[in-house]
Ligand binder design. Structure first.
Ligand code: F6R
Length: 616
């Protein structure tokens, strides 16, 4: 949520900052702003709305500057207005600051600073930080001039409660930038005679592939030639430069209209990347290089707790079905936001697994920290190398799905589900899953990318169905067993990008309440395969039809559906049950996408949302 990019270097900030900001827009997009230093003065421009509005408003001289910070905002404190947009300028006009995160004690700080005659122009918590820096700068008179900027930021940070990723520039230090993080990601981009800072690696790859991930409570001083990291409590830190393996084009639209569309169609490749090199030579199991837990230890695990939010939480529900079925280990799935405060009693041999695309979701990160604090082994499945969650847990599985820019998660979800299936296989083979069953599952997984390609071929049929149903304002998604999490995911996709009210239920639950919603005005999307639940699903469909509800059925090809039972049919290839949830996800993604398109919604930037929720 919110995006930061900063630059200090020998080149003009030109498109470097704005391009970076555009690449971050998916992190928050209600307003944006940019500050530079010119003639020893801080200049800034802010605009409500998208980055293109800011870009159009920027005076030409800005782009020639060599030091600058910019920000795209997802409002937490204060309305969406120019005065609340970042950067914020200290009331003595000496500093400009961009901030991600939430400062919990900002009101106390603000009151204190007001008593010292600092003034405030916005309703944000962030402005308290920049004025506090100005206050400490005044107090740091004895510090050598070269250190005064850094030391005043450091002193200010010591007083903050909450989370922050900040970048600060000062009119008195026009060739320097100070940045720091606690609970909100920041990454240094290391270039030749230039350094960048960003809250997301996406905003750096158009300039450099060399990056340093800052840790919590670290502060960095950057110039064009150099940078040095220390902790906020003044212990110096050795920087580890890593190379990002993302291609610049991974974060570009290419021939697609939207990132969501691009990412839906990238799924065969994303799945292939996620399974590459992860099957055993005997073809009966999967393995993962980074688990950092020995098989003997894993076979002692008697309970797994999955923690996640949103779409990733739906992937956990599928993990629950698959791990319990194939590995016979009891699994619980928790909303990270609930787990972190619930003080759940865990057993000695419990394993906690967080699933997170971004690796930065604050609730998932905090829940993971809580589990670690209690001494449990922790793993993660995540898509962002070097992310906070990846670094916090004992080991994990990277998704290698490539950057996901569309706010609605698609390829990250199916890749998470596939890795959960592979984990179920691995854990199953450590226990009682037979060699033959293992081989069958491996075969099914290897065939998955091709089957996803085949499923994507139904896009025209799905688009036609979407046109027919785009005007409805309510919709139910129903399915049983493994289809239930996909029903939840389908409902989430539809509501988040098309603003249609949608609910997902296990189909049998319908009779316990939701059936009251069924009418000509509320269609149902029913997901079914030809498994053991097929006949029961047919009975549920008939109950809907008996109440004049329209039924869009997403079914595997081997289902024999009575003609009068459904209104529209979308077929997916028949497959091993372990990969069926992934194949079923494709039509629900496409259906939501085309319905949103039909309704003229901004698919990649749905209202009120942002990618990666880094505030509670
Ligand atoms: C919905 C969506 C969100 C995320 C959730 C967790 O399409 O993308 O529900 O799944 O915010 O995000 P990560 O996976 O980054 O922890």
């Amino acid at each position: 949520m919110c995006g930061i990019v900063g630059y200090v270097g020998s080149k003009e900030i030109g498109t470097r900052l704005i391009e970076g900001l555009k690449r971050l827009e998916y992190r928050g997009y209600d307003s944006s702003g940019l500050s530079i230093i010119e003639n020893k003065q801080i200049q800034h421009t802010k605009r409500v709305g998208r980055v293109k509005a800011l870009d159009a408003a920027l005076p030409k001289n800005y782009l020639k500057a060599r030091t600058g910070i910019c920000h795209t905002r997802w409002a937490t404190h204060g309305d969406v207005t120019e005065k609340n947009a970042h950067p914020h300028i200290s009331s003595d006009q000496r500093f400009a600051l961009v901030h991600n995160g939430v400062i919990e004690n900002y009101l106390q700080i603000k009151q204190f600073l007001e008593s010292k005659n600092y003034t405030f122009a916005s309703d944000t918590d962030s402005e308290a930080i920049v004025n506090l820096i100005a206050y400490h700068f005044e107090k740091e008179l004895e510090a050598p001039d070269s250190n005064r900027f850094l030391e005043s930021v450091r002193k200010a940070l010591l007083h903050l409660e909450g989370t922050f990723g900040i970048a600060v520039i000062s009119k008195d230090y026009p060739d320097e930038m100070i940045c720091a993080r606690r609970g909100s990601p920041l990454i240094i981009g290391v270039g030749k005679n230039e350094h960048l800072i960003a809250s997301d690696v996406n905003a750096l790859t158009h300039c450099t592939q060399n990056v340093v991930y800052l840790n919590d409570n670290e502060i960095v001083h950057l110039t064009a030639e150099d940078f040095s990291i220390s902790t906020i409590s003044k212990v110096s830190v050795n920087a580890v430069i890593q190379t990002v393996d993302w291609d610049t084009s991974d974060a570009e639209l290419g021939d697609f209209q939207h990132f969501m569309e691009k990412e839906i169609f990238e799924q065969p490749a994303a799945l292939k990347n996620g399974m590459r090199g992860r099957f055993s030579d005997d073809g009966s199991t999967a393995f993962f290089g980074g688990l950092n837990i020995q098989p003997q230890e894993l076979s002692q695990i008697d309970r797994i707790i999955f923690i996640a939010c949103g779409t990733a939480w739906h992937a956990c529900l599928i993990a629950e079905y698959l791990i319990e079925r194939f590995a016979r280990i009891p699994v619980e799935v928790e909303y990270a936001s609930e787990f972190r405060y619930r003080n759940a009693p865990l057993d000695k041999n419990s394993l906690v697994i967080a699933i997170s695309q971004s690796g930065e979701t604050i609730d998932s990160l905090s829940a993971l920290k809580e589990a670690k604090r209690k001494g449990y082994k922790t793993l993660s499945i995540n898509n962002s190398v070097g992310s906070s969650i990846a670094r916090e847990c004992d080991g994990g599985i990277y998704q290698h799905a490539g950057p996901e820019i569309g706010v609605a998660s698609t390829k990250a979800f199916t890749s998470q589900v596939m890795l959960c299936a592979m984990l179920a296989l691995y854990l199953g083979r450590l226990r009682n899953l037979s060699y033959t069953d293992g081989c069958n599952i491996v075969k099914a997984l290897k065939g998955l990318p091709k089957l996803v390609e085949k499923t994507l071929e139904s896009k025209d049929i799905i688009q036609k169905v979407a046109k027919k149903y785009a005007h409805y304002e309510d919709c139910l998604f129903l399915g049983r067993q493994l289809m239930f999490p996909i029903a939840l995911e389908g409902a989430l996709k539809l509501k988040e990008i098309s603003y249609i009210h949608a609910e997902g239920y296990p189909a049998a639950e319908m009779k316990h309440g939701p059936i009251a919603l069924i009418s000509e005005k509320c269609p149902s999307v029913f997901l079914t395969t030809n498994g053991e639940m097929f006949q029961k699903s047919m009975a549920n469909i008939k109950e809907i039809k008996a109440r004049k509800g329209k039924v869009i059925c997403i079914a595997s090809q081997d289902c024999e559906l009575p003609e009068d039972a459904i209104d529209d049919l979308i077929q997916v290839p028949e497959a091993h049950e372990i990969i069926q949830p992934i194949l079923m996800s494709i039509p629900v993604q496409l259906l939501s996408y085309y319905i949103a398109l039909e309704r003229g919604c901004d698919v990649d930037k749905p209202r009120n949302l942002a990618k990666s929720v880094t505030v509670e």
